[in-house]
Design a protein around this ligand. Structure first.
Ligand SMILES: Nc1ncnc2c1ncn2[C@@H]1O[C@H](COP(=O)(O)OP(=O)(O)OP(=O)(O)O)[C@@H](O)[C@H]1O
Length: 305
């Protein structure tokens, strides 16, 4: 079958989803090669964190680069592709094999390898916005506070207890809600406006709607509208209130609470009193000051038909 995707490079994280990435890469390579021919697809497995950035940056001669893994590997591949000049920048496709899969939700990609490959074979490129924070690119989410603390807690907890998946996230979430509902003081300037001082429990800067493994924190965010959607949860929020807001945020029904502030912006400068727990596409970022800007329609991504 002829493919519109041209020559493809599949960059796969064998360690994604606790090691399932390796088998998923074999399955995806078989399915794609069966459809497009042996010659049209090269496959490379990442060997360490950060490796996918270099692999994508060096993707000479490919029309399409596919990232197989979780949001972390998509983040790295997108960052590498953005190091390439625009006229030699392949389109990005994703085969979601992660724990959170937030970008997959935003793009409408299936988390079943077989279905995702079928979607890719019929996909069309569409320009997507990317975010930039302190020199790093991100595809979906940047956030400070509670959800970032949960994400970071899972890493330590996974090592300590060996737990994975929903149980791991539920334990980390309950622990953070009960014991670490910290308000963090910040000063923020939106679109170059006058600085605004405030305190936040969670402060999310979204390209698409999804963060934290499927929470629709900014339910109306669009990944191609040239704007960030910002959601700031202000104190006071008690444990019961936070649990309710989190439960409702799963389906984006938390927006009416008076503690929630929403904005749409192109740039943001935010300074915290001390280093907050912070994540971009699920990866740790450590700083007290964050300069954030949107690059509209920066990268062609493959969207299911
Ligand atoms: N070969 C490798 N060995 C160990 N870690 C790797 C390797 N290649 C990449 N990584 C790192 O693994 C981390 C997680 O990757 P990824 O997001 O693909 O999977 P995940 O954690 O299962 O999914 P999610 O981000 O959705 O939770 C990233 O920080 C990435 O840099």
């Amino acid at each position: 079958m002829p493919s519109q995707l041209g020559t493809m490079l599949l960059i796969a994280n064998p360690a994604a989803q606790n090691g399932r990435g390796a088998d998923a890469a074999t399955e995806a390579a078989h399915l794609l090669r069966t459809a497009v021919g042996e010659q049209a697809l090269d496959v490379v497995l990442t060997e360490r964190p950060g490796h996918a950035v270099a692999l994508a940056a060096a993707a000479d001669g490919y029309d399409t680069v596919l990232a197989l893994g979780g949001d972390g590997i998509i983040h790295e591949v997108a960052g590498g592709l953005m190091e390439r000049a625009v006229d030699v920048r392949p389109a990005l496709g994703i085969v979601p094999v992660g724990s959170g899969n937030d970008y997959a939700r935003t793009l409408g990609m299936s988390c079943k390898v077989e279905h995702a490959c079928a979607q890719l074979l019929n996909a069309a490129p569409h320009p997507a916005d990317l975010g930039r924070v302190n020199g790093h690119w991100f595809v979906e989410t940047l956030s400070f506070g509670l959800d970032a603390a949960i994400a970071l807690d899972t890493v330590e907890r996974r090592k300590r207890t060996g737990r994975t998946g929903t149980i791991l996230y539920a334990e980390a979430g309950i622990d953070q809600l009960l014991h670490h509902l910290d308000a963090r003081r910040y000063t923020a300037s939106f679109d170059g406006g006058a600085p605004v001082a405030g305190a936040s429990i969670t402060f999310a800067v979204q390209i698409g709607p999804s963060y934290g493994g499927g929470f629709k924190i900014c339910p109306n965010a669009r990944f191609d509208d040239g704007l960030f959607d910002v959601c700031i949860a202000h104190p006071p929020i008690g444990v019961a209130g936070a649990a309710l807001i989190f439960a409702l945020a799963k389906s984006g029904r938390h927006t009416g609470f008076k503690q929630m502030e929403f904005r749409r912006v192109r740039t943001l400068h935010v300074e915290f009193d001390e280093v907050p727990p912070a994540q971009m596409d699920g990866e740790l970022i450590e700083a007290t000051t964050f300069d954030v800007s949107i690059e509209p329609r920066a990268l062609n991504v493959l969207l299911p038909a």
